[in-house]
Ligand binder design. Structure first.
Ligand SMILES: [Zn+2]
Length: 599
C-alpha cells in the first residue's frame, strides 16, 4: 500500500506561483528577488493556515537557487533547490518560538548567525509564532535583527501582530497575509481532488471551504478526512454528515413556519433536527447565520458577502424578498440573546424552544408594537394640550385678579364674606375674578390699576383698613373652618385635573397665629406643588373663610430633611486638618520631623 501523506504536506506549494490567494505578497517578494533589493528582516502576519511558513520556505529556496528564472522563481532542479526540497539544506533554520521562547534559545540562534553559509548565498532564519518570545528574548534578539551579517535573512511569522514590540516592527519589512477566499479554496481543492482521482461535487467542496473559514490547512485536512471515509466519493450529503452541518434546507423550512406563525410545525421540526444529533446552540447559531444571509440578500450591493453554496444563492435571494427587514433584524436580536444565554440555561431544549416560540409570534408582536407606538404618540400630544390649556389661563387671571380683590375697601370686601355654598365653590374655582357671582364681580369692578405686585398686599390692606377707621371684622380662623376650606380647594383642584390635589391632600395643616396657618409638605416634590398653588389657595381660603388677613406658611416635613453633616464624628484626617486650622505650627512640626500621619 502506498504511503499516505496528508494533502497539506503533499500539495504544499513549491514556488511562489502556486501559492493560493496571496498574489499581493508573492508578487512583491518576486520583484524584490529579481531586482536584488532584499531587506534583511521580514515579518509575515495573518491568520493561521494561509501560507506564511510556506512563503517563507519558498523565499529561502529561491534566494539560494543557483539559476533563478527571469520571473524571480526557483529553478527547482539545481543542487540547492534539491537539498531544499529534500529538507537537507543547511541554509534554512526554523525555530518555533512557541516552544523555544527563552533568552537561551535566542542566544543559541544569534551564535549560529555568526557563521557564514558553507554553500549557497544566504542563511535564512524562520521564527514561527514570534509573538510567543519572552520580552527578554526579544531584547536579546534586537541587536542582531538590526545589523545582521549580509548573508543572514530573518523571517518572523505571527498570527498576532499586535503583540509584537514596536522596536521589532520598525526593524522588519511587514507583509500582511489575507484570508483565502471561498472561491480560491474551492478551486484549489478541486485541483487536488482531480489529481488524486477523487470524484468531488462542487457543492461539497464549497461546504468544506465555508467551514474552513479561509484556512487552507483546515480545508485540506477536512478533504483528507472525508475522502478516506468515503473511498473517493465526495458529495454534498456526505460532506454535510462529516462536517456536522445542518442542511440549509431545514432552515428554509423553519423560516416558513415562522412566517406562517406555525408554532407546532416549528417545534416538530426542531425535534427532528435534535434527533439527528444537532445540539440546540448549533441550531440557534445556524439559524442566526441563515437570517444574516437573508438580510444580506436584501441589498444587491452586499450580495457578494453571501457565503453559501453557489447553487443556493438564487434560492436565498428569492426567499429574502418574502421577509420583512424589520423582522430579520428582530429575529437576529432574539437569536443572539438566546445563544448568549444558552450556556447558563438549565433546560437547554426548553431554552431553544422558547426562542422558537418568540420567533413564531414575533411578526404579530411587531405589528402590535407598531400600533401601540402610533397610539402612544396620539395620547401624549392630547395630554400635553390639556395641561397647557388649563394651567396658563389660571395663572394669568390670578395675577390680574389679586390686586383687585385686595385693594377693595373694607365694605366691598365684606360683600364677599358670605357663607359659601357648594355652587359658589364651583363657580369660584377656575376663574376667581371673571365668575358671574355678583359679589366677586363687584370686587373686580372696584379695582384700581396702580398696584403692581402682591408682595406688600397685607401692608396695603392694613393701611386701607386704618384709613377707613374700620375695626377688623374678619371671621376668626378656626381649625374646623380651615379644614373645610382646604377640602373645598382640593375639590377645585380635582375638578381642574390639577395634579397638585394629591400633595394638598397629603399636607398637614396647623394654625399658627390668629390669621396664620401652616401647611407641612411631606417631601420636596409636594413642597413645590404647594408652592406653585399657594397664592391661589390663599386667595380661595380668604374668600371661603371670610378672613382677608389670612396667611399661609409653607414648611417641609422635618423627617425628610437632609441629616446635619456637621454633627457627624470627624475622621482622623479631618481631625488633623481642624487642628492645623487652629494651630498652624502643628503642620510645620509634622513637616520638619517628616512625620507620617496614622490615618
Ligand atoms: Zn534552483
Amino acid at each position: 500500500m502506498e504511503k499516505f501523506i496528508v494533502s497539506a504536506r503533499k500539495y504544499r506549494p513549491q514556488t511562489f506561483d502556486t501559492v493560493v490567494g496571496q498574489e499581493h505578497i508573492t508578487t512583491t517578494l518576486r520583484n524584490a528577488i529579481k531586482t536584488g533589493h532584499l531587506a534583511h528582516a521580514f515579518l509575515f502576519c495573518g491568520p493561521r493556515g494561509v501560507g506564511k511558513t510556506t512563503c517563507a520556505r519558498i523565499f529561502a529556496k529561491t534566494i539560494n537557487c543557483q539559476n533563478q528564472t527571469s520571473e524571480g522563481e526557483a529553478c527547482d532542479s539545481c543542487a540547492s533547490c534539491t537539498s531544499f526540497n529534500e529538507g537537507t539544506s543547511m541554509n534554512i533554520h526554523e525555530l518555533d518560538a512557541a516552544s523555544n521562547n527563552s533568552v537561551d534559545d535566542i542566544r543559541a540562534l544569534v551564535e549560529q548567525v555568526r557563521f557564514a553559509p558553507q554553500a549557497g548565498k544566504y542563511k535564512v532564519y524562520i521564527i514561527d509564532e514570534v509573538h510567543m518570545l519572552s520580552s527578554a528574548a526579544f531584547n536579546a534578539f534586537l541587536k542582531t535583527l538590526e545589523e545582521p551579517p549580509s548573508y543572514a535573512k530573518f523571517i518572523l511569522a505571527t498570527t498576532e501582530k499586535h503583540k509584537i514590540l514596536p522596536t521589532i516592527l520598525s526593524r522588519c519589512q511587514i507583509f500582511d497575509f489575507k484570508r483565502i477566499t471561498l472561491q480560491d479554496t474551492v478551486n484549489h481543492l478541486a485541483g487536488i481532488a482531480s489529481k488524486e482521482g477523487v470524484n468531488a461535487e462542487e457543492t461539497g467542496l464549497q461546504l468544506i471551504a465555508q467551514k474552513s473559514e479561509g484556512c487552507m490547512r483546515d480545508a485540506l485536512s477536512i478533504l483528507d478526512k472525508i475522502v478516506s471515509f468515503t473511498s473517493g466519493e465526495l458529495t454534498y450529503n456526505n460532506t454535510l454528515d462529516h462536517l456536522n452541518i445542518l442542511d440549509a434546507d431545514y432552515y428554509f423550512k423553519l423560516m416558513d413556519c415562522m412566517l406562517d406563525q406555525d408554532l407546532a410545525g416549528a417545534l416538530l421540526l426542531f425535534d427532528d433536527i435534535n434527533k439527528k444529533g444537532f445540539e440546540g446552540d448549533s441550531v440557534l447559531n445556524g439559524f442566526a447565520e441563515f437570517g444574516r444571509n437573508l438580510l444580506i440578500c436584501k441589498d444587491s450591493r452586499v450580495a457578494s458577502l453571501l457565503e453559501v453554496v453557489e447553487s443556493f444563492r438564487k434560492r436565498y435571494t428569492d426567499y429574502a424578498q418574502k421577509v420583512d427587514t424589520g423582522y430579520l433584524v428582530s429575529m437576529l436580536n432574539v437569536l443572539n440573546e438566546s445563544e448568549a444565554a444558552f450556556r447558563s440555561a438549565r433546560n437547554k431544549r426548553l431554552h431553544v424552544e422558547l426562542a422558537l416560540v418568540k420567533l413564531c409570534y414575533l411578526k404579530q408582536a411587531l405589528h402590535l408594537s407598531a400600533d401601540a407606538a402610533a397610539l402612544g404618540k396620539k395620547k401624549v400630544t392630547d395630554n400635553a394640550r390639556v395641561v397647557a390649556f388649563k394651567a396658563i389661563p389660571a395663572i394669568v387671571l390670578e395675577k390680574k385678579g389679586t390686586p383687585a380683590a385686595t385693594n377693595t375697601s373694607i365694605e366691598s370686601a365684606k360683600l364677599v364674606i358670605e357663607e359659601p355654598t357648594a355652587e359658589r365653590v364651583e363657580a369660584l374655582a377656575p376663574k376667581v375674578v371673571e365668575a358671574p357671582a355678583p359679589p366677586v364681580a363687584q370686587v373686580g369692578a372696584a379695582a384700581p390699576k396702580s398696584f403692581k405686585g402682591k408682595m406688600n398686599l397685607d401692608a396695603i390692606r392694613n393701611q386701607a383698613a386704618a384709613k377707613a377707621g374700620v375695626v377688623n371684622t374678619d371671621h376668626p380662623l378656626t381649625m374646623e373652618k380651615l379644614t373645610e376650606g382646604w377640602a373645598a380647594f382640593i375639590k377645585v383642584l380635582k375638578h381642574e385635573k390639577n395634579p397638585a390635589w394629591n400633595p394638598f391632600e397629603m399636607a398637614q395643616i396647623i394654625i399658627k397665629e390668629e390669621h396664620v396657618f401652616e401647611a407641612v409638605a411631606n417631601d420636596n416634590i409636594a413642597y413645590r406643588f404647594l408652592e406653585a398653588e399657594r397664592a391661589k389657595a390663599t386667595e380661595f381660603l380668604k374668600t371661603f373663610i371670610g378672613n382677608r388677613q389670612l396667611q399661609m406658611l409653607l414648611t417641609l416635613s422635618e423627617t425628610t430633611e437632609a441629616p446635619d453633616l456637621s454633627a457627624l464624628p470627624l475622621s482622623s484626617r479631618e481631625q488633623f486638618n481642624k487642628l492645623v486650622e487652629q494651630y498652624p505650627l502643628v503642620k510645620e512640626l509634622r513637616d520638619r520631623l517628616r512625620l507620617e500621619l496614622d490615618y
